[in-house]
Design a protein around this ligand. Structure first.
Ligand SMILES: Cc1cc2nc3c(=O)[nH]c(=O)nc-3n(C[C@H](O)[C@H](O)[C@H](O)COP(=O)(O)O)c2cc1C
Length: 254
């Protein structure tokens, strides 16, 4: 697959052909994923392959009611994971050794969670691009960060693990292959030289407007696109649930 097809024409795919993803294809994608860069070579992530159809259907509900999740032939949940390394430390008696030798006993903190999220997301994006290169399509599901308590129970997640993202994968339907690309902000608003540059009022006035941004258009009593965006994304029920859920997870993390 060439550069343009892999990067410049890539789009999220939310409708899949009914055929399963072949085991050899899955194997190649996982092999590519496992070669992704990882902080300190520690591999601070784990991946759950969701094969239980009832579980997929449950996730389709708990992840903001997105029925296509249940129809995805291959579903992967990427966990930020410090559990494995803490278990390793415990297996080799690191905590009593810290006490004996008056070393500080350090448990995973927020910084460790962020680092583990970096690992998990880089692995996810590597899997997504590997899948794309083999003719599959995928869609991230950020809503897996919601309903922490329910997802923790459903997926048997121990302390120091957190589902930072989910990927739905499968062969795209013809309609998905034809679908128009979604717009992006121009490079001038996103890529900065040396220091942070806040956007000028005239740039803000043109942001998220123009071709392809129709779904950001104001509705009902919204007066402009920013108010529409605020209603649709920022203050929406799913955003509020994500804030609550992540705050709850952070309490468990420490
Ligand atoms: C972190 C993250 C979370 C996302 N969560 C969802 C989701 O829950 N449901 C969904 O349909 N798409 C989700 N997407 C896909 C985005 O909506 C999509 O990437 C965006 O609209 C741009 O479209 P494109 O990928 O087709 O270019 C997510 C993407 C990312 C990166």
């Amino acid at each position: 697959m060439d550069f343009d097809a892999l990067f410049l024409k890539r789009k999220s795919v939310r409708a899949y052909e009914a055929r399963p993803v072949e085991d050899e294809v899955k194997h190649k994608i996982k092999a590519a994923m496992l070669r992704a860069p990882t902080a300190g070579a520690l591999m601070l992530y784990s991946v759950l392959e969701i094969e239980d159809q009832a579980l997929k259907e449950k996730l389709a509900e708990t992840c903001d009611h997105q029925p296509f999740i249940a129809k995805a032939p291959w579903v992967l949940i990427f966990l930020a994971d410090y559990r494995r390394i803490v278990d390793y430390f415990e297996h080799f008696g690191v905590w009593p050794w810290c006490e004996r030798t008056r070393r500080q006993k350090v448990s995973p903190q927020e910084s460790d969670l962020l680092l583990a999220c970096c690992d998990a997301l880089i692995a996810a994006q590597t899997a997504s691009l590997a899948a794309e290169s083999l003719g599959l399509g995928s869609c991230y599901i950020g809503d897996i960060m919601e309903h922490w308590e329910e997802h923790r129970a459903l997926l048997a997640l121990p302390q120091y693990t957190f589902p930072i993202t989910m990927l739905c994968l499968g062969y795209p339907t013809p309609q998905q292959r034809e679908r128009a690309l979604t717009p992006r902000l121009p490079e001038s608003m996103v890529v900065m030289k040396d220091r942070y540059r806040r956007l000028q009022p005239e740039e803000l006035a043109s942001m998220f407007q123009g071709e392809g941004y129709g779904k950001f258009a104001p509705k009902r009593d919204e007066e402009n696109p920013a108010q529409a965006l605020y209603d649709r994304k920022f203050s929406a029920a799913f955003s509020q649930e994500m804030r609550r859920s992540v705050a709850s997870m952070l309490k468990d993390w420490q």
